[in-house]
Design a protein around this ligand. Structure first.
Ligand SMILES: *Cc1c(COP(=O)(O)O)cnc(C)c1O
Length: 465
C-alpha cells in the first residue's frame, strides 16, 4: 500500500469511528451470533494475490462487525468497563503509526521518559506516597505474575531463577477467597503451585480477608516447615468488589517479613477521588507492589496496566537479564524491559498523557462519582422489584442481585437479557449461589441509560414468568 492510500483510508476510518460511536446505542450490546457464524463466512485459505482495501473494509462492515460485542456501548454493565476515550484512541493511532519498539531508553527515549512521568502523575492522582516508582504493563495478570515471581525469588534468597525450585520446599502465598483468577494462574506459572496458594476466609460487609486467620495460617505453615513468601491483598474483587483492610493485612505480612502485592485492577481508578481513601485505601503506601488498570475505569484504551513499586530492586533482581546486544550506556537511564517479563514494549504512556491532559482529573473524578451514585440508584430500583434480592450491596459501582428462583432461573434471565441486546450483564457466583453482576462504569453512560437497565430487567423478567 502507498502512503497516500494509507492517508485516505486513515481518514475514512476516523469518519467511520465517529459514526460508529454516535450510533452505538442503537446496536445490541452483546454480539447476537452463534458460534462459528463469522468464521463460516470467511475463506479458509489465504489469498495469493492482494486485494483492494475497499473490499477488505466492506467485509469488515458486513462480516466482522455483526460479530463484535460493543464494550464502548453506553449500556454495557457486564464484567468491568474497558473505556477507550477518544483522546486515548488518538494517542494509540500515533503510537501505531510511529510503531516504535520501546524496550530500552535508547530505542525511544521519549517513551521511557514519558512513562516515568505518567507513572508519577498517576501515583499523585491516586494519593500514593512520594518515592513510589513503577512501570506500565499490558495487563494486571502480567503485573501480578511479576510480583509473584519477585515473592518467589526473595523467599529463596534469589536462587530460584538459577537453581530451579526442586529443593526449595513449599513456598506459600496468601490471599483471600475473593481474589481474581489471575492470582491463581500467577501461582501456577511461577512454579509455586495451586496447593501453595492459601486462601483465607473473608468477613464483614466488604468481604475482607480475616487478618487473624492470615496470621494463624502463616504461623501454621512455619511450624510445618513451609516457606511463606508473600501476601496478595485486594481492593475491588471481580465477583462482588471485595476489599481487604489494607493496613491490617499489611501489619500481619510485615510481622512475618513477607512481600506484599495489592490487586486494585478495577477499583484503583476510583482512588483518584480522595473521598474513597478513608474506606478503601488506608495502609496502601506500605505495599511493595500495587497494580491498577487505567484501561478499565479510567479511560485509557486497552491495554494499559500500571504496576507501582515501593522499591524496584527485588523485581529487578528477579527479572533483569542483560545479554550483550541489550547493553546500553549505563545507569543514567531506565530500561523498562528489565522490570517486566516481555522484552518488547509498546509506548503505552502516550495514551495516559493524552487522556489526563485532555480531560483533567476533575472531569474523570466526576464520571466515577456519577457511576457510583447511579449504581446505588439502580440497586434500589432492583431491590424494590417483586421477589428480587440484592445479594451483595454496592461496593463503589458494583453490586449483585438475584431474581426469584434457583440458579438456573438466574442464568435464564441473564441469557434472555443479553439476547434482547438493550443492556449487557453477566453472571457470577457469591456464597455458593449464582448471582447477576451489575456494574456502572462505561464512559458514555448516562443516568437514563442506567435507569433504563432496571426497566429492561423488569420487562424481560415479566415476559419470562
Ligand atoms: C480485571 C481484573 C484483573 C485482570 O486484569 P487483566 O489486566 O485483564 O489481566 C485482575 N484483578 C482484578 C481485580 C480485575 O478486576
Amino acid at each position: 500500500m502507498k502512503w497516500d492510500e494509507y492517508a485516505q483510508w486513515g481518514k475514512h476510518i476516523a469518519d467511520w469511528g465517529q459514526t460508529y460511536h454516535s450510533t452505538l446505542g442503537d446496536r445490541p450490546v452483546r454480539a447476537q451470533t452463534a458460534p462459528g457464524d463469522i468464521a463460516a463466512q470467511l475463506p479458509s485459505t489465504p489469498p495469493e494475490v492482494g486485494e483492494d482495501m475497499a473490499a477488505i473494509l466492506k467485509d469488515f462492515d458486513d462480516i466482522i462487525m455483526p460479530g463484535m460485542t460493543h464494550w464502548q456501548h453506553p449500556r454495557f454493565f457486564a464484567y468491568f468497563p474497558a473505556n477507550a476515550t477518544p483522546p486515548s484512541m488518538l494517542a494509540e493511532q500515533l503510537v501505531n503509526t510511529v510503531a516504535a519498539q520501546c524496550m530500552l531508553w535508547q530505542t525511544s527515549p521519549a517513551a521511557t521518559e514519558v512513562e516515568g512521568l505518567m507513572v508519577d502523575w498517576l501515583r499523585q492522582a491516586l494519593g500514593l506516597a512520594d518515592g513510589m516508582t513503577g512501570v506500565i504493563q499490558d495487563s494486571a495478570s502480567s503485573a501480578t505474575l511479576s510480583a509473584m515471581l519477585t515473592m518467589r525469588e526473595r523467599a529463596t534468597g534469589f536462587t530460584g531463577n538459577r537453581e530451579g525450585l526442586s529443593d526449595k520446599g513449599h513456598l506459600r502465598v496468601y490471599c483471600s477467597t475473593e481474589v481474581h483468577s489471575s492470582i491463581d494462574r500467577a501461582c501456577w506459572v511461577a512454579g509455586i503451585g495451586q496447593n501453595n496458594l492459601v486462601k483465607i476466609p473473608t468477613q464483614g460487609p466488604r468481604f475482607a480477608m480475616d487478618p487473624a486467620a492470615l496470621d494463624a495460617a502463616i504461623k501454621a505453615d512455619i511450624a510445618a516447615g513451609h516457606a511463606p513468601a508473600g501476601v496478595i491483598a485486594i481492593t475491588g474483587g471481580t465477583g462482588v468488589g471485595a476489599c481487604d483492610d489494607l493496613g491490617a493485612v499489611l501489619a500481619v505480612a510485615q510481622a512475618h517479613d513477607l512481600y506484599t502485592h495489592l490487586d486494585a485492577a478495577w477499583a484503583g481508578s476510583a482512588m483518584i477521588c480522595p473521598e474513597f481513601h478513608a474506606e478503601f485505601w488506608q495502609g496502601v503506601d506500605g505495599y511493595d507492589s500495587i497494580v491498577f488498570n487505567p484501561h478499565k475505569w479510567l479511560g485509557a484504551q486497552f491495554d494499559c496496566s500500571v504496576q507501582f513499586l515501593r522499591d524496584v530492586t527485588p523485581q529487578l533482581n528477579t527479572l533483569k537479564i542483560e545479554p550483550e546486544y541489550l547493553k546500553t550506556t549505563g545507569d543514567a537511564v531506565t530500561n523498562y524491559s528489565e522490570w517486566t517479563i516481555p522484552l518488547g514494549r509498546r509506548f503505552r504512556a502516550l495514551k495516559i498523557w493524552f487522556l489526563l491532559r485532555s480531560y483533567g482529573l476533575e472531569d474523570l473524578r466526576g464520571r466515577i462519582r456519577n457511576h457510583v451514585v447511579w449504581a446505588e440508584e439502580v440497586c434500589e430500583a432492583i431491590r424494590a422489584m417483586n421477589g428480587f434480592e440484592i445479594s451483595s450491596e454496592p461496593i463503589l459501582s458494583l453490586f449483585t442481585f438475584r431474581a426469584p428462583g434457583d440458579d438456573a432461573a438466574q442464568q435464564r434471565l441473564v441469557d434472555a437479557i443479553n439476547d434482547d441486546g438493550r443492556i449487557y450483564l453477566t453472571q457470577g457466583s457469591h456464597k455458593g449461589r449464582k448471582v447477576i453482576r451489575f456494574q456502572v462504569g462505561q464512559f458514555d453512560t448516562t443516568q437514563d441509560d442506567v435507569k433504563m437497565a432496571a426497566t429492561v430487567i423488569a420487562e424481560i423478567w415479566e415476559a419470562m414468568t
